[in-house]
Design a protein around this ligand. Structure first.
Ligand code: SRM
Ligand code: SF4
Length: 585
């Protein structure tokens, strides 16, 4: 696969950034006019402030010819997903007062509000700022929220990597005063790096980065952050309680387009090892390589993964080392990775406990008997636990004393909130992106569709005796890959009008991409199409083999031909296919 050649003409977004006077543009004027929305260049600049201009796509269908009503998605930036109880409660309050009454945990450990009206933006952001929460750089062509394993075990290595996540995130925040001028009237926010007198943006420059840029840190052996899917993935290397440093992985990314073969998901390349003292300098240097060499003319090829694809890891490493003036050490050995959910009760190691809750597709809301938002609020108001958001769209309640454990459980149950042990493994290991009705890029449903698909899968898995087999199931409403579907054991990726591509063969621990198995499958046939694969897996897997590993071992073509043979014969007699399976051992 070749990436498209660069042309010299910068994309339209580059001009908007260049002419914006460091993310100001005419946002201040537009914020106070009578319209419910911003113009095109305003829309682009708002992203850097953590805002997306949206409209309810459900309503558009019913109201052809009438003017769209605009509202805004606001994403807060929460390095490593760590929040105080007070910060959680501020989010909860604002969701009720200014947004649509829900909070959305994202796959990068942030919160999103949906449905904020233009007139309420300033008040919302100002109140977040008072709680020391920023939305600056949560979206836009900059380094986004830095993800990191959030589990609160009392372990100096975990504490250090969580600190490193915050340091990197804060260091790479845009330094323009535009955010504060616009939303907070010039007041100071403690999280922001100090403004530079001579150079407004010493790292980014006037045009920031060619595209969004993502960084995540994995704890040794724990890949809950999907470290290979990031622009920069750092895998902590430790000896006992000492953090030795990080293996550095570069050039991962998920986004693609179904019809453009020169766009593709990619896993990052391991290029070396750095010590804790070196890590910030190395990360900043990698960011500057992408700043200077990333494609600024074609936004479909502007992510750093395409630079890695074009240059190869050796040339990329050489350029990083040239800028550093010294060489990266060779990668250090690390334990095998696993995607840990951190669900259920765990002793923290300091006499207190944390409870990992499974939040279905990250949406915190009250609906029917499941009063998730009210229940979480009740627990957090009464017991004041720390709150940590996970990259699996879940939530950990931390620092709970042994005496309070039962009362916390009871409060949750009174609000109809299940504990992870009440849920099926397949539900707990599933993720869906937001998609309709708010995402402007969605081709199909995801968050609203996956629960019914999981219900049907649960029935199949129980019938097949596979209910205790953990595997990851991810659904997205388009191929951009916001729920990182291309590393899942099984994924459903939105294609067009209620039809999906089924992908199989990823690794649950995020170290291998899956492959398209079947195209254009209608939502109500997804589980039916997967059933024969699950049956084959049950009957012909190796001991301990995971579903994704099994599909990968056989390969998509073999799977397709086996399933075709089975359905032609309308029998589950495996004699004809066993030779093919045996060949793949
Ligand atoms: Fe994403 C765009 C939601 C994580 C790849 N993503 C969008 C937008 C902003 C739609 C848009 O551009 O108009 C979505 C907003 C929908 C809405 O209504 O809320 C959106 N992305 C999300 C979230 C909320 C999904 C979720 O359900 O949790 C995640 C927010 C993360 C955060 O807190 O920062 C989210 N997006 C991701 C991830 C996963 C990750 O970062 O670990 C990816 C794949 C990794 C990657 O970046 O390669 C991802 N989002 C994209 C892309 C494809 C980028 C590309 O390289 O092609 C787009 C489209 C784009 O940028 O043009 C996109
Ligand atoms: Fe929207 Fe596509 Fe991302 Fe889902 S994967 S949130 S549909 S951009």
């Amino acid at each position: 696969m070749a990436t498209r050649p660069k042309t010299d003409a910068p994309s339209g977004v580059e001009a908007i950034k260049a002419n914006s006077n460091y993310l100001r543009g005419t946002l201040a004027e537009q914020l106070h006019n009578d319209l419910d929305h911003f113009d095109e260049s305003g829309k682009q600049l708002l992203k850097f402030h953590g805002l997306y201009q949206q409209h309810d796509r459900n309503q558009r269908k019913g109201a052809r010819g009438t003017e769209k009503t605009h509202s805004f998605m606001l994403r807060t930036r929460i390095p490593g997903g760590l929040l105080t109880p007070e910060q959680y409660l501020v989010h909860d309050d604002l969701a009720r007062r200014y947004a649509n009454g829900t909070l959305r945990v994202t796959t990068r450990q942030c919160f999103q509000f949906h449905g904020i009206l233009k007139g309420d933006l300033q008040a919302t952001i100002r109140e977040l700022n008072e709680a020391l929460i920023t939305s600056l750089g949560a979206c836009g062509d900059v380094v986004r929220n830095v993800a990191c394993c959030p589990a609160p075990y009392q372990d100096p290595v975990r504490e250090q990597i969580q600190r490193v996540a915050r340091i990197i995130s804060d260091h790479l925040l845009p330094r323009t005063r535009a955010y504060h001028e616009l939303w907070i009237d010039g007041e100071k926010v403690e999280l922001a790096a100090p403004a530079e007198e001579e150079v407004v943006e010493p790292i980014y420059g006037k045009t920031y980065l060619p595209r969004k840029f993502k960084i995540a840190i994995a704890y040794p052996g724990d890949n809950c952050v999907d470290v290979y899917t990031q622009d920069i993935g750092l895998v902590a290397v430790a000896e006992g309680e000492t953090l030795l440093g990080f293996n550095v992985i570069v050039g991962g990314g998920m986004g693609m387009n179904h019809t453009k073969v020169d766009t593709f998901p990619r896993l990052g390349d391991l290029i070396g090892f750095v010590t804790p003292e070196q890590v910030l300098q190395v990360v900043e240097t990698i960011v500057t390589v992408q700043r200077d060499h990333g494609n600024r003319s074609d936004r479909k090829h502007a992510r750093m993964k395409y630079l890695l694809h074009e240059w190869g890891a050796d040339r990329f490493r050489t350029e990083v080392e040239r800028r550093l003036g010294w060489k990266l050490q060779p990668p250090a050995p690390t334990p095998p990775l696993e995607n840990k959910l951190h669900h259920g009760w765990h002793a923290q190691g300091d006499g207190r406990w944390f409870l990992g809750l499974s939040i279905e597709n990250g949406r915190i809301k009250d609906e029917g008997a499941l009063r998730l938002r009210s229940g979480l609020r009740a627990v957090i108001e009464r017991f004041r636990p720390g709150v940590r958001l996970t990259p699996n769209q879940d939530l950990l309640l931390t620092d709970i004393t042994q005496e309070d454990m039962l009362a916390v459980e009871n409060t949750l149950r009174e609000h109809g909130i299940p504990l992870p042990s009440d849920l099926s493994l397949v539900q707990r290991h599933s993720l869906a992106c937001v998609a309709l009705p708010t995402c402007g890029l969605a081709l199909t449903e995801a968050e609203r569709a996956l629960p019914a698909v999981i219900d049907a899968l649960e029935v199949e898995l129980a019938q097949l005796g596979l209910a205790d087999e953990p595997f990851t199931v991810r659904m997205t409403g388009c191929p951009n890959g916001c729920a990182r579907p291309y590393v899942a054991d099984l994924a459903f990726v939105g294609r067009s009008a209620d039809a999906y591509v089924i992908f199989v063969g990823g690794a649950s621990n995020g170290t291998r991409l899956n492959q398209p198995y079947k195209d254009l499958v209608k939502r109500d046939r997804l589980v039916e199409e997967v059933r024969p694969l699950l049956q084959l897996y049950r009957d012909r897997r190796l001991p301990g083999e995971r579903f994704g590993d099994f599909c990968h071992r056989l390969g998509v073509e073999t799977l397709q031909s086996i399933i075709a043979q089975l359905s032609e014969k309308e029998t589950s007699d495996y004699v004809a296919i066993d030779a093919a399976v045996a060949l793949k051992r």
